[in-house]
Design a protein around this ligand. Structure first.
Ligand code: GTP
Length: 607
C-alpha cells in the first residue's frame, strides 16, 4: 500500500446520526471490507460486544482504505470517533490526527446538542469540515429544512452539503470524492527527523501494547530505535503497518500516514496518549499533547461473594488494559468487604464498563451510588479531592478544619422543540441550574421552533437520572451535551444511614443542604420498603452529623416460614427450610441487621 496521496479524516456527529454505518459503507465502497450478504447493518468498527449491543461507539477505531480517483490511488485514513458526551476527550485526540472531518447530521432529527459541540471542536482545530446530511431515505427526512438549519447554526453554505443515505449507499460515492477534493493533504516532510503522534493504544496478548500513531514528520521504519518524549523510554520497532481494517504489516510509515506500531511495550501505561515518538539520537520538539482524561464519576465495585475479590480485581485489571481512562483504587467497606473504587469519565462510561465487567467476570457485583470528586479547601489552604462519601468529613470536623467545600459544575446545553421548553426549565431548576439562557436555534426560520437552552449545573445533579428524565419529559426529543466548567463553592454535607443506630458505610451520600430533608425522607422510606423485617424492631434513620433528619421503624417479625403449611406437607416444609438456609448464607450483616444482597442491590440500583 504505497500510495502517494494521503487524506486523514474523522466522522463527527451526534449519537445515532449514522457514523458507524457510513464508515462501513466507505470501507465497502473502497473494497476494504466485503459487503455484508445478510443485509443487516453490523458495524465493523464497533468492535466491542457492548458497543454492538448498545449501538454506541466507545473506543475510537482507525482504518485505512485505498480509493482510486482521477487515475491515482489515494490512501484515506479514517479515524473513527466515539459518539457520546462522556467520551469528548477521545473525540479530541482523534481529531488531532486529521485535517478534515465529515460532519454528519440526521436529516430527520436535525442539528442536535453534540452536533454543535463536535463542530466547534473540529473548527477550533482548523479542520476542513464536509457537511453531510444522512438518512435522506427516511420518510420523515426534511433535507431542505435541516440544510437551512445547518446554514444558520454553522454558517455552512447549503450547496456544500452532501445528501446521502448511509443505509442504502445513495450519495456515499460523493463523500469519498469530497474527502479527496476538499480536505488538504497532511503536511510534513519525509526528510526531517521523525515525529509521530501517539493517539491511541490497545493491548494484544502476544505482542504487548500496540500504539496507533500518526507520523507527522519523517519516516518510521521497522527495526528503528525510537523513544518517547514523555517517558524518555527507548524501544525498538518490531512491527508496524496500517489498519486495513485489521493490522496489515508494512516496512515503513511516512509523514502523513496513520498506522500501528508494536515495540515491546509491556505496560499500557507506557503508551501515553498525546505523546510524541522520536528516533533515538535525534532531538525533537514534542507535539502539543493532551491533558489526560479526568475521571469525574466514581463508584465502589464489590463482589457479592467476598471470596471472589481476587477474581474481580483480576478482571478489572484486564479490562483497564483496553480502557485506560478508568482509574482504579482498592477500597474496603465494613458493609461490603473488599472492593475497588473506580473512576469513570461519565455515567455512560460507567455503565459500559460495568456491562463489560459482568460479561468478563461472570459473577454478580454490587456498585455503590456514583459520586463526583468534591474539593475541600482547609483552613491552611490545603486542597483535597474526595471521591468517596465515607471519606467526607462529618459536620463537626467540617466546621473546624474545612474553610470551603466545592463541587464540580458543568456548562450544559439542551436542544428541544419549543413545546417542551417549560418542562426543560423545570427539570433544570429542580437540579440546581443557574445562569439559564435560551435562544431559538434557527433564527428567522418560520418552520422551526427548536430552542437551545444553556445553563450551569452541578455535575452531581446529572450523574444519576438526569438524562433519563430529560428524555422522558421531552418524549425523547431533547438532546443534551455538557462541558467541564470548573469548581464552585457549595453547601454540602454527608448524609449517613443508620440501621439499628449503626451507620452503613456503603450507603453514605453527599447531599446539598437545600434538599437534605426531602432526600432523607425519601431514602428512609425506600430502605423501609426493601429491608426485610427482622426478629427485633429496627429503627432506620437518615442523619447529617448527629442530627437525625428522618426515621422509619421496621417492626419485628418472627421468621417462621413454615407457618401456614400444615400436616402432611413434609416435603414442602423441608424445602422451605432448605431455602431459608440458602437465603441466610447470602445475608450481609449490617451491624446487627441482616440484609439480603438483593435488598442492597435494590437500594443502590434505584438511586
Ligand atoms: P454511535 O456509534 O452510537 O455514535 O452511532 P452512530 O452515529 O455510529 O450511528 P449508527 O451508524 O450506529 O446508526 C444509528 C442508527 O441509524 C442505526 O440503526 C442505523 O441502521 C441507522 N442509520 C444509519 N444511517 C442510516 C440511513 O442513511 N438511513 C436510515 N434509514 N437509517 C440509518
Amino acid at each position: 500500500y504505497t500510495c502517494d496521496v494521503l487524506r486523514n479524516f474523522s466522522i463527527i456527529a451526534h449519537i445515532d446520526h449514522g457514523k458507524s454505518t457510513l464508515a462501513d459503507r466507505l470501507l465497502e465502497l473502497t473494497g476494504t471490507i466485503q459487503k455484508k450478504q445478510s443485509g443487516k447493518n453490523e458495524q465493523v468498527l464497533d468492535k466491542l460486544k457492548v458497543e454492538r449491543e448498545r449501538g454506541i461507539t466507545v473506543k475510537a477505531q482507525t482504518a485505512s482504505m485505498v480509493y482510486k480517483f482521477g487515475g491515482r490511488d489515494h490512501m484515506l485514513n479514517l479515524i473513527d470517533t466515539p459518539g457520546h458526551v462522556d467520551f469528548a476527550w477521545e473525540v479530541s485526540r482523534s481529531l488531532a490526527a486529521c485535517q478534515g472531518a465529515l460532519l454528519l447530521v440526521d436529516a430527520s432529527q436535525g442539528v442536535q446538542a453534540q452536533s454543535i459541540s463536535v463542530f466547534h471542536n473540529a473548527k477550533e482545530r482548523g479542520l476542513t469540515i464536509i457537511p453531510v446530511l444522512n438518512k435522506i431515505d427516511l420518510p420523515a427526512a426534511q433535507p431542505e429544512r435541516i440544510a437551512a438549519q445547518m446554514q444558520s447554526t454553522f454558517g455552512i453554505n447549503p450547496d456544500d452539503i452532501i445528501r446521502i443515505s448511509a443505509k442504502t449507499g445513495q450519495g456515499v460515492a460523493s463523500v469519498l470524492e469530497a474527502i479527496v477534493t476538499r480536505i488538504p493533504p497532511p503536511t510534513g516532510s519525509t526528510t526531517t527527523p521523525l515525529k509521530a503522534f501517539l493517539f491511541d493504544s490497545f493491548y494484544d496478548r502476544y505482542r504487548g501494547v500496540i500504539s496507533l500513531v500518526n507520523v507527522q514528520e519523517g519516516i518510521l521504519r521497522k527495526g528503528d530505535k525510537i523513544a518517547s518524549c514523555h517517558t524518555r523510554k527507548k524501544y525498538e520497532v518490531t512491527e508496524l503497518g496500517i489498519m486495513h481494517p485489521e493490522e496489515v504489516p508494512a516496512d515503513s510509515l511516512r509523514a502523513g500516514q496513520v498506522g500501528y506500531v508494536a515495540c515491546n511495550m509491556k505496560e499500557s501505561s507506557e503508551a501515553h496518549i498525546g505523546d510524541t515518538i522520536h528516533r533515538v539520537g535525534e532531538s525533537v520538539e514534542p507535539l502539543p499533547g493532551f491533558q489526560p482524561a479526568k475521571a469525574m464519576v466514581f463508584a465502589g465495585i464489590f463482589p457479592v461473594d467476598s471470596n471472589d475479590f481476587p477474581k474481580l480485581e483480576e478482571s478489572i485489571k484486564r479490562l483497564t488494559l483496553t480502557d485506560r481512562s478508568v482509574t482504579v483504587q482498592r477500597e474496603s467497606s465494613s458493609a461490603l468487604g473488599q472492593g475497588c473504587r473506580l473512576g469513570f469519565l461519565g455515567t455512560l462510561h460507567m455503565d459500559v464498563f460495568r456491562q463489560r465487567l459482568e460479561d468478563e467476570y461472570d459473577a454478580n457485583i454490587i456498585i455503590t451510588a456514583p459520586t463526583v470528586p468534591y474539593k475541600l479547601i482547609y483552613r491552611d489552604n490545603r486542597e483535597v479531592f474526595i471521591s468517596n462519601p465515607t471519606e467526607f468529613p462529618d459536620t463537626s470536623d467540617t466546621a473546624s478544619k474545612v474553610k470551603e467545600i466545592q463541587e464540580p459544575i458543568v456548562k450544559a446545553s439542551i436542544i428541544v422543540p419549543e413545546e417542551y421548553f417549560g418542562d426543560m426549565m423545570e427539570l433544570c431548576f429542580s437540579h440546581r441550574a443557574e445562569n439559564l439562557d435560551h435562544r431559538y436555534l434557527d433564527s428567522g426560520s418560520a418552520t422551526s421552533s427548536r430552542i437551545i437552552l444553556t445553563c450551569t449545573l452541578p455535575l452531581s445533579e446529572i450523574v444519576t437520572n438526569f438524562f433519563d428524565q430529560l428524555k422522558s419529559r421531552s418524549s425523547g426529543f431533547a438532546s443534551f451535551d455538557y462541558e467541564d466548567a470548573g469548581y464552585k463553592q457549595s453547601d454540602l454535607a454527608k448524609m449517613s444511614f443508620l440501621l439499628n443506630s449503626k451507620p452503613v458505610d456503603a450507603l453514605a451520600i453527599i447531599v446539598h443542604r437545600s434538599a437534605q430533608d426531602k432526600i432523607a425522607r425519601e431514602w428512609v422510606k425506600k430502605l423501609h420498603k426493601v429491608i426485610p423485617r427482622q426478629l427485633f424492631e429496627v429503627p432506620i434513620q437518615a442523619a447529617i452529623g448527629r442530627k437525625v433528619l428522618a426515621r422509619e421503624t421496621l417492626s419485628a417479625m418472627r421468621a417462621d416460614v413454615t407457618a401456614g403449611l400444615y400436616g402432611g406437607h413434609y416435603e414442602r416444609k423441608m424445602k422451605h427450610l432448605e431455602n431459608q438456609k440458602e437465603g441466610k448464607r447470602r445475608m450481609k450483616k449490617m451491624g446487627t441487621v441482616e440484609l439480603p444482597q438483593e435488598a442492597f442491590f435494590d437500594i443502590l440500583s434505584n438511586k
